[in-house]
Design a protein around this ligand. Sequence first.
Ligand SMILES: Cc1cc2nc3c(=O)[nH]c(=O)nc-3n(C[C@H](O)[C@H](O)[C@H](O)COP(=O)(O)OP(=O)(O)OC[C@H]3O[C@@H](n4cnc5c(N)ncnc54)[C@H](O)[C@@H]3O)c2cc1C
Length: 386
Amino acid sequence: MSTAAPPELDATHREIQGLAREFARGEIAPHAERWNREHHVPVEALRRMGELGFLGVIIPEEYGGAGLDYTCLALVIEEIAAVDAGTSVGVAAQNSLGASPIVAHGTEEQRARLLPPLASGERFAAYALTEPDAGSDAAGLRTSATRDGDHWVVRGSKQWITNGGFADLFVLFARTGGPGARGVSAFVAERGDGFTVGREMPKMGLHTSSTVELAFDGYRLPADAMLADEGAGMKVAFSTLDSGRVIIAAQACGIARAALETAVDYARERTAFGGPIGRFQGVQFPLAEIAARLDAARLLTLHAARLRDAGRPHTAVGAKAKLVASQVAVDAANACVQTLGGYGYSAEYPAERYYRDAKITQIYEGTSEIQRLVIARDLLGEAARG
Ligand SMILES: Cc1cc2nc3c(=O)[nH]c(=O)nc-3n(C[C@H](O)[C@H](O)[C@H](O)COP(=O)(O)OP(=O)(O)OC[C@H]3O[C@@H](n4cnc5c(N)ncnc54)[C@H](O)[C@@H]3O)c2cc1C
């Protein structure tokens, strides 16, 4: 089956893709089924990825990172997601949600202090935007940071924080001013008094990913923990998500690829009515359709990554990539379960894991409805806002 990368990838892209594939197949795939069954978050495997440069793909070399681009990160994430989606989101969150806002908005002092341990895997990062009552409407967040001398005092709670169970740094968004987007500021918070990392939230899938609640009760942040200017928090949040979505699109491509490959292998082996089930058009056509749509989704994802790398606008293209790739992932996982029949429904085969894992790509870093909204605003401009 052809899953070749587009020919325009350069030597560095191919090299990191090969390295990620080798690591994913050799060191994650053999354990993925057990890790998921046991809800084991493979922090040691993540740390090992720090040694290979995967935790600091987009961190500049001067801060200990690999100094590579979003195209490389997308390729790495597709390879890891193709063997385990939960592990891939840990790597994605470290790079595109944790390190990326510090690279883009941190002061020289913040970058020099915070980025090297993230690149090496010595420390982990999380991104804390969502709250129990503010998800899609993130600018409605309520967690507050009130100035007290040379500190900010934080009160409130966060929910669904990826990597939160083991993260050391949290890119934290809190209200420092009035209502709406302009009242929000971004900080880099470290664990401390008044900051409680709560329970692991039970999930449908992604069982190798840590997802926690956070509570802040009088937690004190030094003034120099602020990222960018006071009131610029939602700009930090949205620009981070603009690029992060491209990486989630890559994750969706990885899940879709794994589902398609599993279904194709099975359709070749399984016999019914005197021959392989792959000879039935009813089995062939859904897989053919997924193969075509997956190639299209991957090309769109890499196109969005290249725009990001070229410093060109990529908000709408990234939203299109995530919208399309996440739908392919869900449909591919569904086709995989169907192709495997009863075995597709069995927890002893990977199809049902793909089915559960694929769904998240339509929800986090902006639901598919929110992606449509972003695309519509790009198409219609002010007219879309009513
Ligand atoms: C496993 C997991 C990991 C996550 N990791 C993180 C993380 O690391 N950091 C973080 O900050 N957040 C994280 N999230 C949160 C995630 O980004 C939000 O769940 C998501 O943005 C949706 O927000 P919500 O759950 O509050 O849904 P809501 O915003 O309440 O949406 C509910 C429904 O209403 C629809 N809807 C809402 N507004 C509109 C609209 N204007 N037009 C049309 N439809 C609309 C939505 O599309 C959705 O279908 C994670 C979530 C999960 C499940």
